[in-house]
Design a protein around this ligand. Sequence first.
Ligand SMILES: [Zn+2]
Length: 585
Amino acid sequence: MQNTTWDLSVFYQGYDDPAIQKDIQIITETAGNVDALLASGIDETQKLEQVLKAQEDMTNKISNLYSFIQYGLSTDASDAQGLRYLDKMGNLMVDVQMASSKCTRYIGAVEDLDAHIAKSEFLASYAFVLHDAAESAKHSLPEDLEKWVLRLQLDGADAFSKMRDKLMANHTVELDGKSLPLPAVRGMAYDADPAVRKAAYEAELASYKKVEDPMAYCLACIKGDAMTTCEAKNFPDILTQQLTETHMDKETLDAMWTAIVEALPDFRRYMKAKAKVLGHQNGLPFYDLFAPVGDANLTYTIDEAHALLVKVFTEVHPELGAFIDHAFENRWIDVYPKEGKSGGAFCGGSYELDQSRILTNFVGSFSDVSTLAHELGHAWHNRCLQRVPLLRSDAPMPLAETASIFNETLLNQTIRKTADAETKFALLESSLMESTQTVVDIYSRFLFESAVFEARKSHIPTADELNEMMLDAQDKAYGDGLDPDVRHGSMWVNKSHYYNVGLHFYNFPYAFGLLFGLGVYAKYQAEGSSFMTKYDALLASCGSDKIPEVAASVGIDVRSADYWRSALDVIRAEVDEFEKLCEKR
Ligand SMILES: [Zn+2]
């Protein structure tokens, strides 16, 4: 790998690049012309085509501008120009949203939509998008109110969300006489020394006292705003709204939760076995959920990670292997941590440019390599979505993790096959630790968020109430797997997902993503490399139909609890193996 920082010049040369102003102008003009287009007397089929073309133009430019601004900020959080442009885009998006809502209302009012679709190849390629828009039209805000609602939101829920980001970005934890940034202290949960993990957990909990009151207001006001907007949009409740907007249904969600609740005792077996290994009698204390067990000692340089990933994926899917190599060699990846760079990892892409960008904070552990595999899965997903027209290239959240989970699973399984006993034990445990988070903790977050919406119907819940709700949710999800006296009532302060203005219940998609990805991996195991053609087609179709229909294309029935049970069987088998290995130790 020649260069370990990413190249953003494919978007723009810098903030003084005239192309930025030009693209902003295209967005402004396209949004501004929507009224005239809708009022014009042209043939209705043609008008529908032009409405979709206007949406395509805006989507491409908005995506490139946000990519440039947000990726830039993610490696330099305090870049003043980036922050200024982010605000500028926020204001511009009010006009875009209004123009887009006008188009949606118009599509909803077109009589005999199918007759127009039959007359035009272009419209036929967007049949799903048009039907979806006609459905959403029933849930648009009243036109005369929309502008004011959106503008008030900038000073309401949106401002509360920004305040939350600010409070958390500046949050420090007092530990050993030092003031430490929160991510550094949370990172100590993975430390090999039990005393460090415990002290970090206690210091973290104590630190939340100074922010929990403003954070409780942020949470309550964002959720209150969501409930009012939901009512104005004619949805019966937020969950129904989120399911509709992610092309999912209640039947699918209920089938998944049914199988998950049945599997909770299995996850608790794992936690109790891990607790014993660490010398606890009463279940795992929260601070040991992420404790390392076993001695894996796998470390990689970025070049070793590059070679390993290309090798593992080329064996299964040569095109994917070559694609991964291309990403490493062409500055798609920003590899190392540095000051001012955001933590964690993400992948984003540009449809117009057919390129993705990946941010990681690589320090050389196996988990870092696994993260790279995960994000490269997202990039491959973006590549496959190039096969469909732009407005169908947006995979809904529950399906967005399919390729990333597939990659992680394939890497983990491949390494485990040839590893020595100690490494195998550590990798098995880390796989179980992650699935416990993605299934059990996610279930607790779903229960918590449901409780918050319920309470918010009558009042603004206080920090104490929120702490109680969180403890209760953890009790229901973790049960006796977690030490009842050492839980984490302040997780609602920590997790940013609860404070997202437009997305709520941003939790069930993770559990869905993991268990769906495992199901897809099981199909690959059954059918071998010949499955990969179907796999790519599945990835390409994620934004082209409702989720149960997309899943059915590879023979998965997500409305049946049996499907979810079979995906959870993979994890159950890992728990069995883990228990056996623990007994031997
Ligand atoms: Zn992901």
